[in-house]
Ligand binder design. Structure first.
Ligand code: NDP
Ligand code: 2IT
Length: 454
């Protein structure tokens, strides 16, 4: 009879699940990091002695608050607000705010946990955090959005400052929401300071912050391709989502010679067999950022452009060379991965946070497909937030070119760290998941030990 073996990873995860019930996304994120880190800890007893893994998965502080607000008809609503201040080891807590009906404690914890390692990889002095609310901005008027943001900040302002915790945007939180949140903090504190990033450049924001996550993801993929003497030129690219990250990933991939043949939103996907024009990319920005409509409208406007309601973009019939998931967690499962492999995919770069399920990730890895996890590939957004903080502290403004150059340097540096820690001497293949997890872990864990048992 085959003996059932319980691995150290199983034992550890049983404990994590017991202590954090009903938080499947958090379990998934912790398991993915622990898979890499536990064998490394076995080889490096100083981490075991300091009980680092158990400490690193426990947020330093979790804040949950009531957000009451009134709609345009005078009805009273109440939502739940969160801020999980995960780690201040490397700097002030830093990470975005998400407004989406799917937000709950487990989702915010998974995002905060990922942020700790991602921010470590940027090389900037940033701790990790995440926050948000289960508020659904869809269909809400400008005034309703403003009232919600003001109420949210009225509760959150007690817990943030430019030295303590600096939130930014994420799903459902863009420059419009950051503006209302910033205005309310300024009014309460009578203070104009960099307490949020993702501000508009006219009032303290950094150039390129809006573009940085999408651009950074494409710069990272460019580095992975260069490592195997390849490039975006002439490649078929599929991007999921059509929000902030997706828009600028499409743009930069096209600038570098890629042909973007598909993208999506929460209603379905669009297939553009001849590739998106720059005019169409601008139209997506207008549709999503100003008009706030659904992508089905684009198929009506452009010829040879097809809309498929309710279907994931990984279903498009053409050959796919590069896939860039930029919408949300677990949007690319094992079935989707199999389809992409059949279509010839060579490279997958996560613009979103944990968009690939664990099974799909393992499948890509087993097929030796270049796979970049979000904590490395999408770190350009928070890195540029770090630049925004630096500019705010110094009361200066760097121009577009300066910020873009710094962003490219950071993405190259993150890629190097992944190669250093993820290069397998045996196969010659680079495991970017292992590389990103270990490089981030070592930096945070060593710093925790140096700062004592706090
Ligand atoms: P946006 O709100 O600008 O866009 C989100 C996009 O994803 C939209 O196209 C939206 O469709 C789609 N989407 C969202 N939720 C779902 C869902 N449950 N099912 C299907 N589609 C969905 O967000 P961002 O572009 O800022 O964020 C996208 C991803 O990138 C997230 O994972 C985020 O955490 C990550 N990220 C963002 C950074 C940033 O700086 N903004 C930095 C690093 C990572 P629809 O328009 O129909 O709602
Ligand atoms: O997931 C992320 O890295 C973000 N949403 C950006 C965080 C930030 O502080 O800029």
């Amino acid at each position: 009879m085959k003996e059932l073996t319980v691995t150290p990873l199983d034992l550890f995860m049983n404990d994590v699940v017991d202590k954090n019930p009903n938080e499947p996304e958090f379990h998934q994120a912790v398991r993915e990091v622990s898979e890499t880190v536990i064998p490394y800890i076995e080889e490096n007893p100083k981490y075991k002695k300091a009980n680092i893994l158990q400490r690193i998965i426990e947020p330093e502080r979790t804040i949950i608050f009531r957000v009451p607000w009134m709609d345009d008809q005078g009805n009273v609503h109440v939502n739940r607000g969160y801020r999980v201040q995960f780690s201040s080891t490397l700097g002030p807590y830093k990470g975005g705010l998400r407004f989406h009906p799917s937000v709950n404690l487990g989702v915010i914890k998974f995002l905060g946990f990922e942020q700790v390692f991602k921010n470590a990889l940027t090389t900037l002095p940033l701790g990790g955090a995440k926050g948000g609310s289960n508020f659904d901005p869809k269909g809400r008027s400008e005034n309703e959005i403003m009232r919600f943001c003001q109420s949210f900040m009225t509760a959150l302002h007690l817990h943030i400052s430019k030295h303590t915790d600096v939130p930014a945007g994420d799903i459902g939180v863009g420059p419009r929401e950051i503006g209302y949140l910033f205005g309310q903090f300024k009014r309460i504190h009578n203070e104009f300071s960099g307490i949020l990033t993702g501000k508009r450049p006219n009032w303290g924001g950094s150039f390129i912050r809006l573009e940085s996550t999408g651009y950074g993801t494409v710069y990272f993929i460019q580095e992975m391709l260069a490592e195997v003497n390849d490039s975006f030129k002439g490649k078929n690219v599929v991007v999921s989502g059509s929000g902030n990250v997706a828009q600028f990933a499409m743009e930069k991939a096209s600038v570098l010679g890629g042909k973007v043949i598909g993208f999506s939103d929460s209603t379905g996907h669009i297939h553009v067999p001849n590739g998106m024009s720059f005019d169409m990319i601008e139209e997506v920005k207008f549709l999503k950022n100003e008009k706030r409509g659904t992508i089905s409208e684009l198929a009506e406007k452009y010829s040879d452009t097809w809309y498929y309601e309710g279907e994931r973009v990984w279903n498009i019939p053409d050959k796919v060379d590069i896939a860039i998931p930029c919408a949300t967690e677990n949007e690319l499962d094992e079935n989707d991965a199999r389809k992409l492999i059949e279509k010839g995919v060579r490279c997958v770069g996560e613009g979103a946070n944990m968009p690939t399920t664990t099974e799909a990730m393992h499948l890509f890895q087993s097929e030796n497909i270049l796979f970049a996890p979000g904590k490395a590939a999408n770190a350009g957004g928070v890195a540029t937030s770090g630049f925004e903080m630096a500019q705010n502290s110094a009361r200066i403004t760097w121009d577009h070119e300066t910020v873009d150059k710094k962003l490219q340097t950071i993405m190259k540096n993150i890629h190097r760290q992944c190669v250093t820690y993820g290069n397998s001497q045996k196969s010659g293949h680079i495991n970017y998941v292992r590389g990103a997890n270990l490089a981030g872990f070592v930096k945070v864990a060593d710093s925790m030990i140096e700062q004592g048992l706090v």
